[in-house]
Ligand binder design. Structure first.
Ligand code: HEM
Ligand SMILES: [Cu+2]
Length: 644
């Protein structure tokens, strides 16, 4: 960082306070230059963007794997892949989509948008943010490195024991899977903690809890769910790795362990996981709905309460993934009831949104297209979900393509559709340019049609008895025409994604320039430039209603007294967001990267030798010491003379 004070701006007409302020903020918040600067970045917009782009790349990889599987299944006895490769490919696809795409993508969107939406200059823990991103990246690279070296995991995205245990999965495949889980969940936790504190302590004055945008609520609920869900699966994956590497017996019944323990731990995370993906999508949807119906979302309170209650109920359903394990009758009934119960808050939300649509003037632009399609697709998935949540039905179709159809309807309907809507909506904020409308419509319709063509027939295939996770099937089964249809749909989806990529690249260069607020939107991120400057806001905003920009007064005050020659932010009180004190945030540094690399060395090395703990421990000690080494206090700089 340069220490010279900036020279006063010219010409004289702009030599006012504001120009000074901007100069100072720019100097204080500017990222470091060059490769080192890039690696030491800790600003939330940059980290958020990296999450989003990386997760999108993983989405494409997972999509290629999906296409390969659909190709293999397009007819009976195809030879594209043998059983071993097919096992790896469906495991890679499921694990990629769940751990490397869906969750990190939602996290990235949250990390990018939340600080802007609540009117602050960075996330509460900037360095932790960078650390989270690097561990996530290392986990993803590890998984794909393994796959390329033909040690891709092959026991499915939920790696059930005993199949995934040492006896039936010798070699390194499942170890790689288990460590990848630990990496990504670590990243998930880092992001969640960061979001919770940012939301609780850094909101603009006036943005009391009951005035937070629904998107921020969604991210808050999601983050709490992450904090409670992720540790379960990290514990599970670590126990699995220990069973496999050093001969513990957590999941080995012969030595007093318990195979079902794995399923409990996994699904105690795994079911909330779907809400961790879905609730942020609800947040996006609420933002889009308000703007494109030009009104406030109907029933703010019920929508918030149902998100919160889904956050609780979501932890009480995990056993519906284990209906086929022979539960006691009481367990069957309880978890059936709980599974159906979660339909209540979901229903409340759906009706609130429908009411919003009903009473609003629809402004039919692309973000709204995706949201409307969400309703159709997600509700279809929800209905098959109610069927599957019923013990007796589940017994019939368990592990068939009916389940594959169901979860793609909810996952793609509940996450990918809103996400693409969000992409069309926020792309101008991230890049300064609009996404093309014509290509966008093609992208939308091909995706919608391709999606239904791919997944609707799978319901029927499931009821005809086609099991999931089979690499091929006999001619005599009569499954081929529906499978062919599904593959045709997948090809159309691939075309659609290609159109989307074309649109993105074209719009980045040639898209219509967006300006600060192309949609006339209500939330604070639209009150700064697109893309936002490194300090987010020239003047930290205040808020006097739920729809910050729609309810702002003519002379809505701004926050003053926060220093612009330091990375200072305002800390406000949890409930009413009244100003409390000022805090200084740390700046760019390489330490999070080093700590992430040390973590990486430890987790990867232990796959091969227990010495990994020692080596990793030493490296972590050194790098963490560097990270937490006290920074020298600021030298007081003389305040510059105010320009006259
Ligand atoms: C984009 C189009 C997609 C297509 C064509 C597709 C297709 C498939 C296919 C063919 C299978 C394997 C079925 C089997 O052999 O058992 C599968 C499994 C799976 N998919 Fe997708 N999928 C897509 C997107 C997604 C997305 C976006 C997600 C999550 C957000 C997802 C999550 C999963 C999961 C968790 C599995 C289970 C893997 C396992 O059995 O271990 N898929 N998908
Ligand atoms: Cu579930």
């Amino acid at each position: 960082m340069s220490t010279a004070l900036p020279t006063p701006p010219e010409p004289a007409s702009v030599r006012d306070d504001e120009a000074w302020e901007r100069l100072y903020l720019e100097r204080t918040w500017a990222p470091k230059k060059g490769l080192i600067g890039w690696l030491s970045e800790v600003h939330h917009t940059e980290i958020g963007k990296r999450y989003i782009i990386t997760a999108f790349v993983f989405f494409l990889l997972g999509g290629v794997e999906a296409l390969l599987m659909r190709w293999q299944l397009s007819g009976p006895e195809k030879q594209l892949m043998g059983p071993d490769l097919y096992n790896q490919v469906f495991t890679m696809h499921g694990s990629t989509m769940m751990f490397l795409f869906a969750v990190p993508m939602m996290e990235g969107v949250g990390l990018y948008l939340v600080p802007l939406m609540i009117g602050t200059r960075n996330a509460a823990f900037p360095r932790l943010n960078a650390f989270g991103y690097w561990t996530y990246l290392i986990g993803g690279v590890l998984l794909y490195g393994g796959f390329l070296l033909n040690v891709g995991p092959d026991a499915g995205w939920f790696s059930y024991v005993p199949l995934a245990g040492p006896q039936y999965s010798p070699g390194k495949r499942v170890d790689i899977w288990a460590q990848m889980i630990t990496f990504t969940e670590l990243a998930g936790l880092a992001g969640a903690v960061n979001l919770i504190v940012t939301v609780f302590k850094h909101r603009a004055p006036g943005m009391s809890l009951n005035r937070m945008p629904l998107f921020v609520w969604a991210m808050l609920v999601k983050s709490f769910m992450v904090v409670f869900a992720m540790p379960a699966v990290m514990v599970a994956s670590t126990c699995l790795a220990m069973d496999r590497l050093i001969g513990t017996h957590f999941f080995n019944p012969a030595e007093g362990g318990d195979a079902l323990l794995w399923q409990h731990l996994f699904w105690f995370f795994g079911h909330p996981e779907v809400y961790i993906i879905f609730i942020p999508a609800l947040g996006m949807l609420s933002s889009i709905l308000a703007v494109f119906t030009r009104r406030q979302v109907f029933g703010y309170l019920p929508v918030v309460l149902s998100m919160v209650s889904i956050g609780f109920i979501g932890f009480g359903l995990w056993v519906h993934h284990m209906f086929a394990t022979g539960l006691p009758q009481l367990g069957q009934s309880f978890f059936t009831a709980a599974s159906l119960m979660v339909a209540l808050p979901s229903g409340v939300q759906i009706f609130c949104w429908l009411a919003t649509l009903w009473g609003g003037r629809l402004w039919l632009r692309l973000p709204l297209y995706w949201v409307l399609a969400f309703f159709a697709v997600f509700v279809t998935g929800g209905l098959s979900g109610v069927m599957l949540g019923t013990y007796s039905v589940d017994q019939q179709v368990h592990d068939t393509y009916f389940v594959v159809a169901h979860f793609h309807y909810v996952l793609i309907g509940g996450a990918v559709f809103p996400l693409f809507g969000g992409l069309y909506y926020w792309f101008p904020k991230l890049t300064g340019r609009m996404l093309g409308e014509r290509l966008g419509k093609w992208n939308f319709w091909t995706f919608f049609i391709g999606f239904n063509l791919t997944f609707f027939p799978l319901h029927h295939l499931g009821m005809m008895g086609m099991p999931r996770r089979v690499y091929t099937y006999g001619v005599d089964r009569g499954w081929q025409s529906l499978n062919l249809l599904a593959t045709a749909g997948a090809v159309i989806m691939a075309v659609s994604i290609t159109l989307l990529l074309l649109n993105i690249f074209w719009s980045l260069k040639r898209g219509e320039v967006a300006g600060n607020d192309p949609w006339g939107a209500d939330t604070l991120e639209w009150s700064t430039t697109s893309p936002p400057p490194s300090y987010n806001f020239l003047h930290l905003p205040t808020v006097r209603g739920r729809y910050a920009r729609w309810t702002a007064a003519e002379d809505q005050p701004v926050v003053t007294g926060v220093r612009s020659d330091r990375k200072e932010v305002l800390v406000t009180r949890l409930l009413d967001a009244a100003p409390d004190h000022r805090a200084e945030l740390p700046g760019p540094t390489l330490w999070p990267l080093w700590v992430a690399l040390a973590t990486g060395v430890m987790f990867v090395m232990v796959i091969f030798t227990p010495w990994g703990i020692v080596v990793g421990g030493v490296l972590l000690f050194i790098t963490l010491t560097g990270w937490f080494w006290p920074r020298p206090p600021y030298k007081e700089e003389l305040a510059p003379e105010q320009p006259s």
